[in-house]
Design a protein around this ligand. Structure first.
Ligand code: UN1
Length: 509
């Protein structure tokens, strides 16, 4: 009896979610499911989600194909009207979506709210493109001939999204893809499927036609099938550099468009003329916000040796006071990391920092296991000092609540340190000297650069992306993202009534 009751509770307590294909919420072809766990309390099952395979992806791509012509021919301002409605729906549901995001991803409520807000901002801003999507005209070289350029959609887009910004990053890809007239298949991040489903449900509610937006949930098999599908014209991926490289290779073989946003090893330079307290606050936020799980995280603090000790003392004192815990508790400042594998990787880097690099562990360094902590993936905010350029913790992306403080003597030396990694996403400098600021802005080879602010906090109307190992030259957000999701078409109209040969016929002057 007791057992039956327990089974019933479990059945009703764990909600089941589905794939969205061709306007229907459907099970996966295999009928398999996976549990989505709360990383702050792994006894809390957020929901069960379909494990999708090639068959599911084929169906989703088929649905996207069926919807493509009508959507492409829908005038862009009309497509955008639906997106404005979507923005309204996201705004109305912000609180719910925020709580659900914290529960499945772990980031603290304020930051989850920021994540949903970023999706709202992206939706309103990019929907505005429906009445712009500017092309251009230019003179033709022959008389009585007109030349112009317009954007055309690329076709079916596969969007593969990560765990760390469960609604913002899918929106960065989805909204511009839609405003440009593409249809899409999203493969959600396996640790955060609920937030992406919330976004897709909002699209359904906004009246976006069936088949225009499809979502398959699951793991690598679904992602690989999407990348390998012959009818998918474009892959937009955010995630690890290793996976991105595999995707790029496959896309090169199939001649697909591919846009990649990958790792970072971002740094803040703190000059001896900086406002130290402001720099410490910025470093704290940049390094430990989202438990360091941002591509833009400030995982290196490159500090002038004249103020090095003072800066480190102040920083460590503040880091020790950070409140680690369940993100649903409004007092929490640092939540858990996403899953066990991530926790092991981060602890592995802490071990490397201590034993191989032989940097000084100034604070933190351990998994938290007492009481409720034991149920989740909590790591103490960790600071390494006396870190030297070239050490592994200084070079490799850790993606956790760990930062390294590196001393330097001159600004040019600091710039070399910041640039001396394989990534190039974000950088920052704290200084009160305008010459230092402009020199750094010129020399730091990153896609984003901040002055007197941390390396995180990009806004949606500016381009987002990085140099070197961070990406492949594309930029998301801003109007620049339109260059990913549309292709240029050059149009020539000859109204001379006769054959005119460009480059060959002489034009009388
Ligand atoms: C990411 O880290 O993958 O600039 C995205 C920021 C956020 C987006 C980060 N607006 O930190």
């Amino acid at each position: 009896m007791a057992k039956a009751k327990e089974a019933k509770i479990r059945k009703t307590a764990v909600k089941t979610y589905h794939n969205y294909i061709g306007g229907e919420w459907v099970k996966s072809a295999s009928g398999e499911w996976f549990n989505n766990l709360n990383p702050a309390d792994t006894t809390d099952i957020v929901g069960r989600f379909p494990v999708s395979n090639e068959e599911d992806v084929n169906r989703a791509v088929e649905a996207a194909k069926s919807a493509a012509t009508k959507w492409r021919r829908t005038p862009a301002p009309k497509r955008a009207e639906l997106l404005f409605t979507l923005g309204e729906i996201l705004r109305e549901n912000k609180e719910d979506f925020t709580r659900q995001m914290t529960r499945e991803m772990g980031k603290v409520l304020k930051e989850a709210g920021g994540d949903v807000q970023e999706a709202i901002d992206c939706t309103y801003y990019t929907a505005g493109e429906g009445r712009r999507l500017h092309g251009f005209t230019t003179p033709a070289e022959m008389p009585n001939k007109f030349a112009m350029c317009v954007r055309q959609p690329v076709g079916i887009c596969g969007l593969i999204t990560p765990f760390n910004f469960p609604m913002a990053i899918p929106s960065w890809k989805l909204i511009p893809a839609l405003v440009c007239g593409n249809t899409v298949v999203i493969k959600s991040g396996e640790d955060v499927p609920l937030s992406t489903i919330n976004l897709v449900k909002a699209c359904e509610k906004a009246g976006i036609p069936k088949g225009v937006v499809n979502i398959v949930n699951g793991f690598g098999e679904a992602g690989a099938s999407l990348v390998g599908h012959k009818d998918v014209r474009l892959i937009s991926f955010t995630g690890s550099t290793d996976t991105g490289r595999i995707i790029a290779e496959q896309c090169a073989r199939d001649n697909k468009i591919v846009s990649l946003e990958m790792g970072g090893k971002n740094a803040i330079i703190v000059m001896d003329d900086a406002d130290i307290d402001n720099a410490v606050e910025g470093s704290l936020w940049g390094a430990f916000g989202t438990s360091g799980q941002r591509c833009t995280a400030s995982s290196r603090l490159v500090v002038h040796k004249k103020i090095y000790k003072k800066f480190c003392d102040k920083l460590v004192e503040k880091v020790k006071q950070l409140r680690v815990g369940n993100g649903l508790d409004p007092k929490t400042e640092v939540g858990p990391v996403i899953n066990e594998a991530a926790m092991e990787k981060i602890l592995g880097y802490i071990h490397i920092g201590k034993n191989q690099d032989k940097a000084t562990l100034a604070c933190g360094g351990n998994r938290l296991t007492k009481g409720d902590y034991a149920k989740g993936y909590f790591i103490e905010p960790t600071v390494f000092t006396n870190v030297k350029p070239g050490m592994r913790i200084e070079q490799e992306e850790i993606f956790g609540p760990v930062t390294s403080v590196v001393p330097f003597a001159t600004l040019d030396e600091a710039i070399d340190i910041v640039n001396g990694v394989k990534y190039g996403l974000s950088s920052a400098i704290y200084t009160q000297d305008v010459n230092n600021a402009f020199h750094a802005m010129q020399e730091l080879y990153t896609g984003i650069c901040y002055v007197n602010s941390a390396t995180i906090g990009a806004e949606v109307h500016l381009p987002f992306g990085g140099t070197k190992g961070t990406g492949n030259g594309h930029r998301e957000a801003g109007t620049q993202v339109l260059d990913i999701f549309s292709e240029w078409k050059a149009l020539y109209i000859d109204y001379s009534g006769k054959l005119q040969k460009a480059q060959i016929d002489a034009v009388e002057i």
